[in-house]
Each structure stands twice: as structure tokens, then as C-alpha cells.
Design a protein around this ligand. Structure first.
Ligand code: MN
Length: 291
């Protein structure tokens, strides 16, 4: 087989809601029926903060201390600055083009909020948070934190554009992120007339979020700004063309094919493991983090 994937659906941004008081997000994933929890495995959750102007604030907006277990949170800043603290002792501030890659694994407490100086000045804010599921055998791995600054990303020039590789490999250039299952995560920047093509294993899930501008697939279907496109598993290639320029977040990965038990901040394989997570949280086994 040697053909381009076709589009399964293009999803309009759902009405935004606030996570804490700092993250105004469109909750794209999981899709709203049980059978689709698996659809884009290993990607489980996608919250997208489309461009929004925050007024100045002396109190950094955000979300207070909360636990996670069994997966990774990946936060990508497109506009504004985001800070993070966790109970494993990691702390980071990311700005435009930077990524926080936090492996919750066996469990951390963390807090996420607007960086202090950005809060004081206010301004345009745009971000993505992904929850990437961990294979069962790595769910209880030790927590870790990868700070992927813009400069660490792999860069490949393409026809009127470039590909920034966060994870995986494109044309021999690797992304810096360590992952626990095969993942291709790129930011594709196309100028007017730009063209992106890649080969992708047919069994990988594939979706893309249109961060800026719009782009077309090989059949000239347009994916508008702030929309999510889900591709069918019907080909080994993928293509975007842009007439007016675009920024695209491409998310592809090998599905885990394992049961999912999801509840609130925990993402496990069984209900028993979810109960255990709550019990361990209550008994302080996720460590301590000051509010
Ligand atoms: Mn969190």
C-alpha cells in the first residue's frame, strides 16, 4: 500500500471552559462516547487554549495542586508563559515554542499557572495540553520531567516551511522527547504555498490541530483554524498544503491496545488500579507540594 490517509472527521472547537482560572480550553479529547476513548491511543486527552487575551493580574491565574498517575502531561506554549511545580521537585517556565513533558508515572502532585511576569502584564495566551497514555508496564515508572525548550527541537526545512520535531523522527532528524511508546509529535509551520508530506505506519493513530491559519489535505479538504482533524487508518502517507500559511500540531502514535480505566486525574488499566490511586493519594504517597 502506498497512499495518503483520508479524513475521518474534522471537529469544530467545542465551547471553551475554564480549568482553574487560567486555562480557557476547548476539550477536544476524549471524544464523547466510551468506545472512542481508544480512538487516538496513545493520545488520550487534548485540551486546547485557543488565542485569548488575559487582562493583567497580580495573582497568577492557573490551577492549584492536584495529582496525576498513569500517564504523561505534555504542555505546549504557543503564546504567553506557563509555570509548573511538582512534588518530585521539578519546576519550569515555558514560553513560546517550549514544551513541558511531565511523566506522572506512579504519581505526582503538581500545579500549573501563568508565569508571574506574564500575569502582571497580561497578554495573548495560547496553549495545548495533551495527556499521553503510558503502556501498562510503565504506568508506575518513576515520575520525571523533560523541559523541551524551542532550541532543543529537531528542525527540518521543507518546501516553504519547516518541521519542528518534538518526539519521533522526520527525515532522519530526531525529536528530543523520551517517550514510552512510538510517537511522532511535530509542529509544522507552513508559509503561503507550503507543502508537508510524511510517511507514517498505517496502524498509527493520526490527528492534527490547526493552531494558526488553515491547510488542505491531498483531496483539497480544508482544515480551518482551531479545528481538529482525525485521519483514517487507511494509508501510509500524510499531506498538508497551505495557501495562506499555517501552524499545525501533528499527533501520531502506535495505539497501546490495552484496557483504559479513566477517572479524573488518573489514567489506569483497571477500576481496581483507580481505587488504589485514590487510596494512595489519600495516604500521601504522591508526595507533598505547597499550594
Ligand atoms: Mn495537571
Amino acid at each position: 500500500m502506498n497512499n495518503f490517509r483520508t479524513i475521518e472527521k474534522i471537529i469544530s472547537p467545542p465551547a471553551p471552559h475554564m480549568v482553574g482560572d487560567g486555562f480557557r480550553v476547548h476539550h477536544f479529547l476524549p471524544l464523547d462516547t466510551d468506545e472512542t476513548l481508544q480512538r487516538l491511543s496513545p493520545f488520550f486527552l487534548l485540551d486546547y487554549g485557543s488565542k485569548f487575551e488575559f487582562t493583567p493580574s497580580d495573582h497568577p491565574r492557573g490551577v492549584g495542586v492536584h495529582p496525576h498517575r498513569g500517564f504523561e502531561t505534555v504542555t505546549i506554549a504557543f503564546k504567553g508563559k506557563i509555570a509548573h511545580h511538582d512534588s518530585a521537585g521539578n519546576h519550569g517556565i515555558i514560553g513560546e515554542g517550549d514544551i513541558q513533558w511531565m511523566t506522572a508515572g506512579s504519581g505526582v502532585l503538581h500545579k500549573e499557572y501563568h508565569e508571574e511576569e506574564f500575569s502582571k502584564k497580561g497578554g495573548l495566551f495560547q496553549m495545548v495540553q495533551l495527556w499521553i497514555n503510558l503502556p501498562a508496564k510503565f504506568k508506575m515508572t518513576a515520575p520525571q520531567y523533560q523541559e523541551i525548550t524551542a532550541a532543543k527541537k529537531g528542525i527540518v526545512p521543507i518546501h516553504h516551511g519547516k518541521v519542528e520535531i518534538i518526539a519521533g523522527e522526520y527525515q532522519g532528524v530526531k525529536g528530543p522527547a523520551h517517550t514510552f511508546s512510538p510517537i511522532e509529535l511535530y509542529i509544522i509551520k507552513l508559509e503561503p504555498g507550503g507543502l508537508f508530506e510524511t510517511e507514517l505506519p498505517t496502524d498509527f493513530s493520526a490527528s492534527a490541530l490547526m493552531i494558526e491559519g488553515s491547510a488542505n489535505d491531498q483531496n483539497n479538504n480544508t482544515i480551518p483554524q482551531d479545528h481538529l482533524v482525525i485521519f483514517k487508518d487507511d494509508g501510509n502517507k500524510l499531506k498538508f498544503e497551505s495557501t495562506n500559511g499555517s501552524t499545525i500540531l501533528l499527533m501520531a502514535g502506535q495505539p497501546l491496545h490495552e484496557p483504559i480505566a479513566a477517572y479524573g486525574p488518573f489514567l489506569m488499566n483497571t477500576e481496581q488500579e483507580i481505587r488504589q490511586a485514590f487510596e494512595d493519594f489519600r495516604h500521601g504517597k504522591f508526595g507533598y507540594l505547597e499550594d
